[in-house]
Design a protein around this ligand. Structure first.
Ligand SMILES: NC(=O)CC[C@H](N)C(=O)O
Length: 305
């Protein structure tokens, strides 16, 4: 497996030159576009890696699946889906127009910014800080890494430039999708996006989903099978934003990307996969990371469709 991963990284590294690092969060523009790495964790907890697998990056939108898990644990799905839909989007991850025109002002799904901010607001906790801590602690458990921390530079960079997210959140407050104080709930959201991980951490999280909600190695159940199924279904249909359809054809795995270039993918009953490649395509997905997943999926016949 290690040799295979090495070959996949080397074969696809040239793709990184065709993408660009995100710049709308100024701190992310410091990312190295040449980086490409992968880590795989199987259901027994065995790990394999290649390339720049030990580079740290911020979770960004990958945190959205963790917030979604917590919101599903803390609420009945009926209650949650009264506020947030699970419809795929044809717009970008920070689209404003969908909120006003679609689904009675509900965010389209929990994998885009509006839906994720509403998801954080549905997590148990009196204050936004409680909600952040609840999700952060769960994240530590499902990455098997108690040392993951907020990258303060990225957090401050997001907070000082996140006016589009403010616009989305004020709109959702006006339509009673959220009741929280706007700045406070955004603070929790920005911090969650700024938690630093490696491919290894997200591959472990993917392996937990592969394992239907049980941690690899210990077998401890952290999600019901039903919740794990819901999370994977929403990842498969919405996790790569408006590129989810193409990704389903070319890779065929439930996955979630983030704008710092990470992607977590789940190969049912086989493995969790974490990739990093900060150079992004037009839709905000890692250009090299998607190619690596496509190549791996082809070589190991992982496409679930
Ligand atoms: N696509 C992403 O990763 C977006 C997350 C980013 N923190 C934002 O809110 O814009």
């Amino acid at each position: 497996m290690k040799d295979l991963l090495g070959a996949v990284i080397e074969k696809n590294r040239y793709w990184t030159q065709y993408g660009n690092v995100a710049t709308y969060i100024p701190e992310l523009s410091k990312g190295n576009p040449d980086v490409l790495g992968i880590s795989v964790c199987d259901m027994m907890g065995n790990e394999y890696f290649a390339g720049d697998y030990d580079i740290k990056f911020t979770m960004q939108s990958i945190s959205k699946i963790v917030s979604f898990m917590c919101a599903l644990i803390d609420n009945t799905s009926e209650k949650l889906f009264r506020k947030i839909s699970v419809s795929p989007t044809a717009e970008g991850f920070n689209s404003i127009v969908n909120l006003e025109t679609k689904n009675a002002h509900k965010p389209l799904n929990p994998m885009i910014n509006s839906g994720a901010i509403a998801t954080v607001s549905m997590v148990k906790g009196i204050t936004s800080e409680d909600k952040f801590n609840r999700i952060y602690n769960f994240m530590k458990e499902i990455t098997n890494n108690p040392d993951i921390k907020v990258n303060d530079d990225v957090y401050h960079s997001e907070k000082s430039t996140g006016d589009r997210n403010r616009a989305l959140t004020y709109y959702m407050k006006s339509t009673r999708i959220i009741d929280d104080d706007v700045e406070e709930i955004l603070d929790a959201y920005f911090k969650l996006c700024s938690i630093e991980v490696t491919c290894k951490d997200i591959a472990y999280m993917g392996a937990m989903l592969t394992n239907d909600g049980m941690l690899p190695c210990s077998g401890k159940r952290v999600l019901t099978k039903e919740i794990a199924k819901t999370v994977k279904a929403v990842m498969a249909t919405c996790g790569m934003y408006d590129a989810s359809g193409e990704f389903a054809i070319n890779v065929g795995l439930p996955a979630k990307s983030g704008v710092s270039g990470g992607i977590v993918a789940v190969s049912p009953k086989k493995m969790g996969i974490g990739v990093i490649g900060p150079a992004l395509d037009q839709r905000g997905n890692s250009i090299g990371g998607v190619k690596v997943l496509e190549d791996l999926s082809n070589r190991l016949d992982l496409n679930i469709f």
